[in-house]
Design a protein around this ligand. Structure first.
Ligand SMILES: NC(=O)c1ccc[n+]([C@@H]2O[C@H](COP(=O)([O-])OP(=O)(O)OC[C@H]3O[C@@H](n4cnc5c(N)ncnc54)[C@H](O)[C@@H]3O)[C@@H](O)[C@H]2O)c1
Length: 256
């Protein structure tokens, strides 16, 4: 069993932490006592978000995750100040391409658009896992949480093929890591948010969102904090016997 001091000593890294679910996760992991590296490509937003949080335990890092060197860059940036990352939250994501105010169909989307979504939503997560698993192995302790989506669990009518494929891919990535590194004390899990009240959800427009809420058993959108709570649990000592799993945070719209 970990001592209280060990609980307080983790270094966490969260991607897409400037706003929405990523920012709420930064707040939740800080509340759990961790140090938090907040990564985002939006320099102004991530610095502004970090400036409102306790400065001795927060590090804002500007990095485009689509860059092939993102993993190494982030590892170096964190080690300049803290112990290596042992809690990794792959949260950053971008939506499928759009045409005329709606998600582009499979035949409308270009291959370049497909690649761009897969790059940020799936390949970047792989890159970061490869960058941080070695230090997790050294300490025989690690937590990887990937933010998948309802769109990776079931067909949704607003998500688009590239987003759906990337989010389903994250489930497989987590299972693969769970199987390969479990004996070394590393767990890998996903959360699958449904419809959460963030800038990404606002893309669908108010009318569509009212329509979506009507079909949710809990009758409303979720909050970033409700997703962050599930992520923080999966990142905790107490979640040590959960690996390769997916936690749905969707108000009951998809039950499996
Ligand atoms: N909001 C929802 O309803 C919902 C539902 C299911 C899943 N999700 C997933 O949850 C995660 C967070 O969603 P959100 O709604 O908080 O999103 P958001 O759009 O509010 O925030 C995403 C953050 O990621 C950053 N980002 C995007 N591309 C990046 C890149 N290449 N490099 C670095 N940073 C980058 C953005 O700058 C932004 O700050 C995403 O993976 C999303 O797919 C969201």
């Amino acid at each position: 069993m970990a001592t209280n001091d060990q609980r307080l000593s983790r270094t966490a890294l969260i991607t897409g932490a400037a706003r929405g679910i990523g920012l709420a996760t930064a707040e939740a992991l800080l509340a759990a006592g961790h140090r938090v590296a907040m990564v985002d490509k939006d320099a102004d937003a991530v610095r502004a978000a970090a400036s409102k949080l306790p400065s001795d335990r927060v590090l804002a890092i500007v990095q485009d995750l689509a860059h092939p060197d993102a993993g190494g860059n982030l590892d170096r940036a964190v080690r300049k100040r803290w112990d290596p990352v042992t809690i990794l939250v792959n949260n950053a994501g971008i939506p499928s391409p759009r045409r005329n105010g709606r998600t582009a169909g499979l035949l409308e989307m270009t291959v370049e658009e497909w690649n761009a979504v897969l790059e940020v939503n799936l390949s970047a997560a792989l890159r970061l896992c490869r960058a941080f698993i070695p230090s997790m192995r050294e300490g025989r302790w690690g937590r990887i949480v990937c933010v998948s989506s309802l769109a990776g669990r079931s067909r949704t009518y607003i998500s688009g093929v590239s987003y759906m494929a990337a989010k389903a891919g994250l489930l497989a990535l987590a299972r693969s890591i769970a199987g390969e590194f479990g004996r070394e004390g590393i767990t890998a899990n996903c959360v699958a948010p449904g419809y959460i009240d963030t800038a990404m959800a606002a893309l669908h427009g108010e009318q569509k969102n009212v329509e979506i809420a009507k079909n949710i058993p809990l009758g409303r959108a979720g909050t970033p904090q409700e997703v962050a709570a599930a992520i923080a649990f999966l990142a905790s000592e107490e979640a040590g016997y959960m690996t390769g799993t997916v936690v749905d945070v969707n108000g009951g719209i998809f039950m499996a």
